[in-house]
Design a protein. Sequence first.
Length: 163
Amino acid sequence: MLSPDIESAMNTQIAAELYSSHLYLAISAYCESEGLPGFASWFRIQSDEEREHALKFLRHVVDRGGRVMLTGMDAPESDFGSPQGAFEQALAHEMNVTMMIDGLYGMAVQHGDYASQVFLQWFVTEQVEEERTAGEIVQTLKNLGNDPASLLILDRELGARQP
Ligand SMILES: [Fe+2]
Ligand SMILES: [Fe+2]
């Protein structure tokens, strides 16, 4: 059984992962409107990945005899200012998600919930990757400045991402 504390925090995490998916879908649409189909495709794939994260948590809660409680969601923005602005927002969001995962892990340790610790380890590793990837792309965009030709090359690179 999941302790009520962990059940509640896992439900909060499901909401956060679904919000991530929603945010990245909004960023994808924004990039599409800005004439950057590669950026749009990258964020669309990322949005799908976040939905998978939510489903992993959902499965864990159900498997452990907890109750899944979905909530409403805040609306993401529709204008992210620039591709760099979009990736900066994604990075800030992932840093927040990392803090939430770390908090959950700490709670699982406190409660002696070994099954949740093992489950969460995948997410601890995943967050390292998420922050590194978003951080690298933010840095690349900073280095490019506002050079449209370089932006097009990066758009092609990001568009090559496979699901
Ligand atoms: Fe996630
Ligand atoms: Fe990922």
